[in-house]
Design a protein around this ligand. Structure first.
Ligand SMILES: [Mg+2]
Length: 445
């Protein structure tokens, strides 16, 4: 049992909640947390789907024109193939490498099936990336005893649904930090269980950077304070850490003692919106295609940004553009199913709904909606060409969140010169809305 008197905090709580919780006493951690991590996920999925690839070194290339290896099978890794290598370099160290393109749709499907199995065991499942998930198994463990046996049962159930070639490793501990840490101890297809009593011993054998959340930059800052070991981190004066890192100082201090109070947040609580959308009523009708394209691109930017901020993926895009005139209900639009979470993909989909190179009539109202939302579990995965795109998008989102919409935007949007109002571009009459859970209507905000 770990006794900590003092304060409690955890990543996953809001800053205010952390500050409030910081001084409540913590008695002990009695949870049973699993971190389930699929082994060489992308490559194993391919080996499961295509039997000739089984037992062979497989390198996964990016989904589009990828020239880099984004994942490798155990066999390929054993031959020196590393993630991030150029395909030619990988072929040099492993000439019989089977280089196959990533199939994101297939990974998404497998991920959904896996989540269905996991939520059959506990409703407290939090996907951490496409191939990792935290599970709070406290209640089941209290009823059925040995957590390692529960893990074995979970593996059997997953194998029955996904196939025997897709294996996973499970780390079990009293909290997320320990579960994540030990999940890599017995790879592939292993189970590692650390009981609360074993935590202090474990902490003496690991490095600071072994803790998920302590990257090289944080480690350097800790080193500057004279902290080189996890034990030292836990014994260090809390106040100094808080001065250096703010509320995260609390979190690091607790990690140093093997304590992590962050809850497992069920994924179904993370996606509540049914759809996100943006609508515009223009102060004057837009007569030409160029002006209309510019407006539509801005709406795509806004929708995409909102989806990314919420960590959601939409499968259906719906566009409706109404022609000018009080009486008219005419216009054009369409609905398409895909998985756009990046504004450019959204734009490509909706552009196909525009009837021709010229607008048949001037447009007065535009409505763009993305629905069929689900949690974007791909968000944390490393998929070559999306990584760069996503990094650019995230940087743009940060600037726009801070300084206002369209402070930074793609050059294609700048091509548009149609004034939405007397003011900076992008400040039209815009309304955001969500459809509530029952779908009973629009809730503007
Ligand atoms: Mg993995």
């Amino acid at each position: 049992m770990i006794m900590v008197t003092g304060f409690r905090t955890g990543i996953g709580m809001s800053i205010a909640a952390q500050a409030k919780a910081a001084f409540a006493p913590v008695e002990a951690e009695t949870r049973v947390i699993f971190l389930l991590d699929y082994d060489s996920f992308f490559a194993r999925c391919m080996q499961q789907a295509y039997p000739p690839l089984r037992g062979k070194p497989v390198g996964i290339r990016g989904p589009a024109k990828g020239t880099a290896i984004i994942a490798a099978s155990t066999e390929a890794k054993a031959r020196g193939v590393k993630v991030g290598m150029h395909i030619n370099e990988a072929l040099r160290c492993c000439p019989d490498l089977e280089a196959v393109r990533a199939d994101m749709d297939m990974y998404g499907e497998i991920c959904t099936k896996s989540l269905r199995v996991l939520t059959g065991h506990t409703d407290k499942v939090e996907p951490f990336s496409i191939d990792e998930a935290y599970l709070d198994m406290t209640e089941l463990a209290a009823r059925f005893g040995d957590p390692a046996m529960l893990a074995q049962q979970l593996k059997r159930d997953l194998r029955a649904v996904l196939g025997r070639n897709i294996t996973c490793s499970i780390g079990i501990g009293p909290n997320k930090m320990i579960a994540k840490l030990v999940s890599s101890f017995n790879k592939p297809d292993g189970i590692t269980h650390i009981s609360p009593d074993e935590v202090p011993g474990l902490l003496t054998s690991i490095r600071l950077s072994d803790i998920c959340g302590i990257g090289s930059r944080v480690e350097r800052r800790l080193n500057r304070l004279g902290i080189y070991t996890v034990e030292r981190l836990g014994q260090f004066p809390r106040e100094t850490l808080v001065r250096e890192f703010g509320v995260l100082g609390n979190v690091y201090w607790l990690w140093g003692q093997g304590v992590d109070l962050a809850p497992v947040t069920p994924y179904h609580r993370q996606a509540q919106e049914k759809s996100v959308g943006h609508g515009l009523t223009l102060p004057e009708a837009v007569p030409d295609r160029r002006g209309f394209d510019g407006i539509l691109q801005r709406l795509c930017e806004r929708c995409g940004r909102r989806l990314r901020r919420l960590g959601l993926l939409g499968r259906t895009v719906h566009l409706w553009a109404r022609y000018d005139g009080y009486e008219t209900h005419d216009g054009f639009g369409g609905r398409r199913t895909l998985g756009p979470d990046i504004s450019r993909e959204l734009w490509q989909a909706v552009a196909s709904f525009i009837p021709g190179p010229q607008l048949p009539q001037p447009v007065r109202q535009v409505q763009l909606t993305v629905s069929d939302l689900k949690r974007n579990v791909l968000q944390l995965s490393l998929v070559e060409d999306r990584v760069q795109q996503r990094a650019v998008q995230q940087a743009m989102d940060k600037v726009n969140d801070r300084f206002g919409d369209f402070t930074v935007m793609p050059a294609t949007v700048l091509l548009d010169t149609f004034p939405l109002r007397n003011g900076p571009p992008g400040h039209g009459l815009c309304k955001r809305y969500v459809v509530d859970e029952e779908g009973s209507g629009l809730r503007g905000y």
